[in-house]
Design a protein around this ligand. Sequence first.
Ligand SMILES: Cc1cc2nc3c(=O)[nH]c(=O)nc-3n(C[C@H](O)[C@H](O)[C@H](O)COP(=O)(O)OP(=O)(O)OC[C@H]3O[C@@H](n4cnc5c(N)ncnc54)[C@H](O)[C@@H]3O)c2cc1C
Length: 445
Amino acid sequence: MNGKTILVWFRNDLRIHDNEILLEAVKKADRIVPVYCFDPAHFGMSSFDTQKTGAIRAKFIIESVADLKQSLQKLGGDLIVKFGHPQEILPEIARQYAVTEVYHHREVALEETETSSLVEAALWKLQINLKHFIGHTMYHKEDLPFPIKNIPDVFGVFRKKIERESIVRNCLDTPESISVPENMDIGRLLTLADLGLKEPIIQAFRGGETEGLRNISSYFLNPGLHRTKLSPWIALGCLSTRKLYWETRKQENAIPKETLNGIILELLRRDYFRFMLKKHNNKFNKSPANEDEKKVVDMLFTSWKEAKTGIPIIDATLNELNSTGYINHQGRQNVATFLIHSLQINWEYGAAFFKEKLIDYSAASNLGNWYYLLNEISGNASEKNIDFLKKAQECDPKGDYVRKWIPSLASIPGVLIHQPWKLSPTELKQYGIGDVSIYAALSIP
Ligand SMILES: Cc1cc2nc3c(=O)[nH]c(=O)nc-3n(C[C@H](O)[C@H](O)[C@H](O)COP(=O)(O)OP(=O)(O)OC[C@H]3O[C@@H](n4cnc5c(N)ncnc54)[C@H](O)[C@@H]3O)c2cc1C
């Protein structure tokens, strides 16, 4: 084969807009070989007895890969999809198509960086270079006013300096066309069954760049109070955060200032957690779980995972998470605080469960937020009780959220739904409620 061939290794960057590895490969090579690997290391069980990727997120990933494949086909190319370890698959494909270089976006979390090192070593044996790009953050690492090792640990300080001294780069162009080798062996798209997973009952989000872009537009047609619900597409890179930043800035005269600033602030927080993970060299977690600890936490952890803690607002939130893969930020904080503070379970169990369930799971955002909460809770150690009843009334003043996610309590009127243990036997009968023993057992005074 004459000319230069570059392999583009898609990971958490499943898009054709604002994608440097794709654009650069198209510019530098005569043809490109786009590849996505379903890595067996991302599936199966974790040491916390949770699934590494649950069915809801797996489905979202499959849809996103399918959408990327279609987009590449529209540009004249295609996507090779394989199931296997990238360190085995990529060198094989590289050899098959006489690839001279492999492009990918650098990751920050431990598992992903280990995979990159294995791929790099395997390619090196074939004298092929793995070229690293930086493309997951809104602010480019090279535009920060400090080197990673000097990033301020306090978010407020980080924010002030960045807002004063850095700018967000423009989005990169989408290639107009791509050229791939003839008769490329494209493999086949996987199904949930291939991954040993069952079809989820509810689908709240559809994966893919096309759907992500559509959701940006529909959000700005009717913006809420800055919560965009775009995190699933951002986490998998179906949307670039720069894209969301610039689309938000375009709305300067159309949406309230708080909404605009709120979105940009949260995107910055996302950058911060990513840079912090890099700065602290993945020292957030101490896993794997040890067996003695597991025996102690087993029953309580199971009751939390299965939404049977006895606190309606907590159980409703966990029911929503289990059914849809998404809960809002306040909900995440509530159930995480309950696990750490009330159940006294090591936060890493909760983080592992979030990894299984969250459709927008992203290692840096997940670890960073759990770690942040943990520090906040230990900083307030004097506060013996966190008042979940008060939280419930703030988040769900009429009880409708609990009514939706715990239908068995739905007939309890008003905010009484937050305290079923207060119902008399007559009231229980009146509302047609059967067994409320779970609510009596674990209820907080
Ligand atoms: C314990 C815990 C675990 C979490 N795990 C994850 C995770 O695995 N993946 C994830 O994307 N978010 C995580 N979050 C952060 C946050 O809850 C979600 O990003 C947010 O709820 C997404 O909703 P949105 O798209 O409407 O956000 P918006 O408010 O519209 O914000 C815009 C974007 O900014 C980013 N963002 C917002 N808040 C945060 C935050 N606190 N930290 C990091 N990025 C943020 C998201 O990409 C989001 O889409 C976690 C929060 C907690 C408390």
